[in-house]
Write a protein that binds this ligand. Structure first.
Ligand SMILES: Nc1ncnc2c1ncn2[C@@H]1O[C@H](COP(=O)(O)OP(=O)(O)OP(=O)(O)O)[C@@H](O)[C@H]1O
Length: 503
């Protein structure tokens, strides 16, 4: 309980108990009449009941409530809700209102006489110290209470964000998995962490899938660090970065004389990773002949160095990653089915950043901290409107793009601690709702026209995306093909370059 201009500020929990005041115990108000009332066991009960009733009524009303207490004082209460759950209320009491002051004083006198059975007790001794507010001041008081509620909610949000950041993974998971570098409180990421915990003891091959920049490499590292092989080598090879010949020598090594510059034997990455882990990134980019060699090493643990004749045996755990749809590649015949099943013993799917928007503030915070640590500067922060735009943006480059943008913002912001949206890259600030793809739709006009505009736009976009294949487009739009054709006629939609006949 607090005191503001002699007006008492109270919090009750949802059951109406004063917060910080153990049930049935007296509290110590500053208002002299309330003090008198609460020092008496019987009259204190009236206060407890009024707090209860006010709290219950406050939930029913759902907004500010101006009422009078049993003794005659005015009370304003405001409900406190967190995520739509009623938590209790904050109320200010112990004051009188200018317009009704005489009636209230009369009620006070009556209550005190009745309750204390003493003629001698009057409120006159205290009357001058009682706060009397005009209705305008009551309005200000209401606003003040609202500010307090907003502050409470804001404080709670920031506490949760910090807590979630530090406990990115629930403590039991964290104990086993040292994922300090992987931020993610979204349910999608929590599912990933749960899966990784389950497989921490396994030696299985793992296929990590997800768009570019979703954090596949980071996950692979974490898997290694938390495996029994953690004291051995963790080696990364990007299979898309080298042509077939170079990749083969890199992975399997070569013998002396295998090619012009092969002046001595050279160990490949498989040998270097013996007893450890080899992470094959962009596995979907490997050629059919490389796929055969990889299959052999996965099945038998053997390989032959380039130019050699003798088989070598290694004990390497393979983790592979791709941003491609390997299943589709298998169907198209561009990726070996047997290799796919060998790699995909366990599949860790990393969702694109746009599907885990709740991770964005935490990732930003982490990248800002990294920047300040590396550059020995004060921790910067992103302004709320800047964060809003960053949360709206779709991040096609995922976490990597976000990381680069934060670094760019830090550099551009110079000595400023707060980073504002005017520094954002244009592609990000332009994707704000004001400038989004529906910006041309007249939002103040006729609703039917706006809906038709949107429908036309969506159909056209989808047809373009599906190369005007109407069967595929109708499927994605969730309407029949016949209905799509009718709508195309209605809106006069035609393919600009119609040499490819649609289905
Ligand atoms: N959950 C995360 N928490 C913190 N940093 C992350 C997270 N995910 C990704 N990053 C950071 O984003 C960057 C890109 O991540 P990473 O290289 O692991 O992605 P990737 O999916 O392997 O990308 P690519 O497919 O292009 O190889 C890295 O700097 C990484 O540290």
């Amino acid at each position: 309980m607090g005191n503001w201009w002699n007006i008492q500020l109270n919090f009750t929990d949802k059951n109406g108990y004063l917060r910080g005041v153990p049930q049935g115990k007296f509290f110590n108000p500053t208002n002299p009449i309330c003090k008198l009332i609460t020092e008496n066991n019987e009259t204190f009960k009236d206060c407890v009941n009024i707090a209860r009733n006010t709290t219950i009524k406050s939930e029913e009303v759902g907004e500010q409530l101006l009422s009078t207490c049993h003794a005659g004082f005015s009370t304003i209460s405001l409900p406190l809700k967190i995520d739509d759950e009623y938590i209790g209320c904050i109320f200010a009491d112990g004051f009188l209102i200018e317009e009704t002051v005489d009636d209230q004083k009369e009620k006070l006198r009556f209550y005190l006489r009745k309750s204390f059975h003493k003629e001698g007790i009057t409120i006159e001794d205290y009357i001058d110290s009682l706060p009397i507010l005009s209705m305008k001041e009551v309005k200000y008081l209401e606003e003040l209470l609202q500010v307090i509620i907003d502050e409470i909610l804001l404080l709670r949000k920031s506490i949760i964000e910090n807590r979630d950041d530090f406990n990115t993974i629930s403590s039991s998971i964290k104990k086993d998995w040292n994922f300090e570098n992987i931020v993610g409180k979204s349910s999608a990421m929590q599912e990933v962490f749960k899966l990784l915990t389950k497989i921490s003891d396994s030696e299985a091959t793992i296929l990590i899938t997800g768009e570019n920049g979703t954090g596949k490499e980071g996950i692979a590292k974490a898997i290694h660090i938390n495996s029994k092989r953690k004291t051995k080598n963790f080696i990364i090879q990007n299979c898309g970065a080298l042509n077939d010949n170079l990749l083969e020598t890199e992975l399997f090594g070569h013998v002396k004389g295998a090619f012009t510059n092969a002046i001595k034997d050279k160990k490949g990455l498989f040998e270097l990773a013996d007893k450890g882990t080899l992470f094959l990134d962009e596995i979907g980019d490997t050629s059919p002949s490389m796929q055969v060699k990889l299959l052999r090493i996965l099945q038998e643990g053997t390989f032959i160095p380039v130019g050699g004749v003798e088989q070598k045996q290694v004990d390497v755990r393979i983790l592979a990653a791709t941003n491609k749809n390997l299943e589709l590649m298998v169907q198209n015949g561009t990726f070996r089915e047997d290799l796919y099943y060998r790699l995909n013993v366990i599949n860790v799917k990393l969702p694109p950043l746009k599907e885990r928007v709740e991770d964005i503030p935490l990732l930003i915070k982490r990248f800002l901290e990294n920047y300040s640590k590396h550059n020995n500067v004060k921790n910067k922060k992103i302004s709320p409107s800047c964060l809003y735009l960053m949360e709206k943006y779709k991040w096609p480059g995922n976490v990597r793009e976000l990381e680069n943008e934060v670094e760019r913002l830090c550099v551009l912001s110079g000595d400023d601690i707060e980073i504002n949206e005017d520094l954002l890259s244009e592609r990000i600030s332009q994707k704000s709702p004001k400038n989004d793809e529906f910006s041309h739709i007249n939002k103040q006009g006729n609703l039917k026209d706006a809906i038709e505009d949107l429908e036309k736009e969506m159909i056209l976009t989808r047809l373009d995306l599906e190369k005007w294949n109407k069967s595929k487009a109708s499927l994605k739009l969730g309407i029949s093909r016949a209905s799509l054709i009718m709508k195309c006629e209605k809106y006069n939609l035609e393919r600009k370059n119609s040499h490819n006949k649609d289905e």
